[in-house]
Design a protein around this ligand. Sequence first.
Ligand SMILES: NC(=O)c1ccc[n+]([C@@H]2O[C@H](COP(=O)([O-])OP(=O)(O)OC[C@H]3O[C@@H](n4cnc5c(N)ncnc54)[C@H](O)[C@@H]3O)[C@@H](O)[C@H]2O)c1
Ligand SMILES: *[C@@H]1O[C@H](CO)[C@@H](O)[C@H](O)[C@H]1NC(C)=O
Length: 260
Amino acid sequence: MPIRNVKGLVALVTGAASGLGRGTVERLAKQGMKVVVADLPSSKGAEVASHLGADNAIFTPVNVTSEEDVRKALEETKKAFGKLDVVVNCAGVAIAAKVYNFNKRRCHDLADFNRILSVNAGGTFNVIRLACELFAENKLDDQKQRGVVINTASIAAFDGQMGQAAYGASKGAIVSMTLPLARDLAADGVRVVTIAPGLFQTPLLAMLPDKVRLFMQSTVPNPSRFGDPDEYAAMVQHIIENPYLNGEVIRLDGALRMQP
Ligand SMILES: NC(=O)c1ccc[n+]([C@@H]2O[C@H](COP(=O)([O-])OP(=O)(O)OC[C@H]3O[C@@H](n4cnc5c(N)ncnc54)[C@H](O)[C@@H]3O)[C@@H](O)[C@H]2O)c1
Ligand SMILES: *[C@@H]1O[C@H](CO)[C@@H](O)[C@H](O)[C@H]1NC(C)=O
């Protein structure tokens, strides 16, 4: 069976202090993987890592848009665990703003648009390009593999709602870089797969009023509820395990197609 056992593999997960990233490090550590919790210095990353135990997890303060921060995190990864097998890009930011507000006669802020693009698309690309330096140190395994990259887009890349021009564009960029990256890295045994989540129960959504959350859940055909971060994490685990998944974007959304 070519299905790979994840035990002993080392993963760096960005945005791992919260939500989908946190669910991912929790699941992967439980499967016997070593995890690097890479998140902003101001995040709860240290807490998340210490909860998983010093043998299984370290926290590295990282702004994914910074070359220096990501390099440092990769050095820490090597120092603590000796190698890197998997990168999961979960760090991301969102904004809700229309391109033009005709009542207030106000344009969408350009700096906001660029910031969302920079963190979501630029940050994802930055982490991938630098992580390849550590992948390069891995020997090819018996299936000629040496690394896996998993990105997080959103169904907003396909059916972005009102106010999601910047967020949708940033996630569309992640979708569109998936295949060329998989092609770039194919000959050297690195796979690239992107997950496009629907609505997941994370701190982001937990903050909304009950009424809004109930309505949002009712828009999901089946199962008619928010996704659990562990369902996202289980998809991450499967992508690592299944060597035939590559260059693809997988919707994980209970058949939700968002309305305007
Ligand atoms: N929750 C959902 O329903 C949903 C749906 C579709 C896509 N997504 C995507 O999944 C990813 C995770 O979302 P979440 O719901 O877990 O959000 P979250 O806010 O709970 O977690 C995101 C994490 O990213 C970190 N982060 C933000 N900017 C960063 C930066 N510059 N450098 C490093 N870390 C940074 C934050 O500190 C935070 O810990 C995001 O990319 C988001 O766009 C989420
Ligand atoms: C991340 O780095 C960028 C570029 O240096 C900076 O503009 C931004 O404020 C930083 N983000 C955070 C949350 O510190």
